[in-house]
Ligand binder design. Structure first.
Ligand code: BV8
Ligand code: ZN
Length: 245
């Protein structure tokens, strides 16, 4: 069981608060998660779709899958959990938000300093020469558009399985995990590495670890506090408790 008063007391003494979010934070905005029974991967095999090999062997299928997800994200809105995190950013001396999500909902909700560990689904670049592709994407295109420089395929600016995470985002998120007083792991199954290492690293370095997730994860037994609520309910409650101190 969680105790918001105890959490507020710990937060009141904190200089740096760090956060890692996963697909669960966007679930209540209408974006399917990856591993829940009705999740994105449930219908597809992640290695088949979210990897360079998958894209090269079936560019049309992968391009259409991203088109479908872009369409869903364009119709959805950030939820109360995103907005609460954006407000929390201003309540602490230092606040670091790292996300595995590619939907940019944290930024749309007003978070200014977001470390995108798995890239974003909005931008695109060339698979071959790396040139950014800046034109509008037609979501009805059934096959990937071609690069204007070398006419190879364009791809979404997400990090695929087997690909390195952007060094600047991972370094910033790792530094925050190593130096924070409180670490929130929110809406993630903590199964995808190296992002999943961050909460463990924070805990090892002595941070107070809070997990917000209605379900159990491999992190739950490590957490100092487990809040088994949807993030869109838990985060506004935490924000209110902090503001009412
Ligand atoms: C790397 C972008 C190596 C794309 C994503 C075999 C082959 C290749 C690699 C590996 C391998 N085995 C292991 C690996 C490493 C691999 C990995 O970790 N695999 C896992 C599956 C074991 N990692 C990688 O490949 C990474 N790169 O290792 O590079 C390397 C090393 C050196 C040199 C070169 C290369 C790259 C990983 C990034 C993959 N890209 N996304 C896209 O989106 O299309 S991963 C994808 O999973 C999303 O980013 C997603 O966010 C992420 C993690 O999932 P979660 O966010 O946790 O989502 P999930 O559905 O799992 O969980 C949701 C949770 O929310 C649940 O717990 C649920 O209970 C909870 N929830 C639900 N509703 C709510 C809620 N919580 C709160 N409120 C709610 N309302
Ligand atoms: Zn090119």
């Amino acid at each position: 069981m969680y105790d918001l008063n105890a959490l507020v007391k710990v937060l009141a003494k904190s200089k740096l608060v760090a956060v890692l979010t996963g697909a669960g934070v966007s679930q209540e905005s209408g974006i399917a998660t990856f591993r829940d029974p009705d999740g994105l991967w449930a219908k597809f095999n992640p290695m088949e779709l979210a990897s360079m090999d998958g894209f090269m062997s079936n560019p049309e299928l992968v391009w259409q899958w991203y088109g479908f997800r872009r369409e869903v994200m364009a119709k959805c809105e950030p939820n109360a959990g995103h907005f609460a995190l954006a407000e929390m950013e201003n309540l602490f001396e230092e606040f670091s938000l790292a996300t595995q999500n590619v939907d940019r909902f944290h930024q749309r909700a007003g978070s200014r300093n977001v470390h995108e560990l798995h890239g974003n689904i909005i931008d695109n670049f060339c698979c071959s020469c790396g040139a950014p592709y800046l034109d509008e994407i037609n979501l009805d295109d059934k096959s990937p558009v071609k690069c204007k420089v070398c006419s190879k395929f364009i791809r979404p600016a997400v990090v695929w399985f087997g690909e390195m995470l952007p060094a600047d985002a991972l370094n910033a998120a790792s530094w925050a995990a190593e130096n924070c007083d409180v670490y929130f792991s929110i809406g993630t199954s903590a199964e995808v590495y190296p992002a999943a290492q961050l909460p463990q690293l924070a805990k090892r370095r002595g941070a107070y670890l809070v997990e917000i997730n209605p379900n159990e994860t491999s992190l739950s037994r490590l957490a100092d506090m487990k809040i088994a609520l949807p993030s869109s309910r838990a985060l506004p409650m935490i924000l209110e408790a902090i503001k009412n101190v």
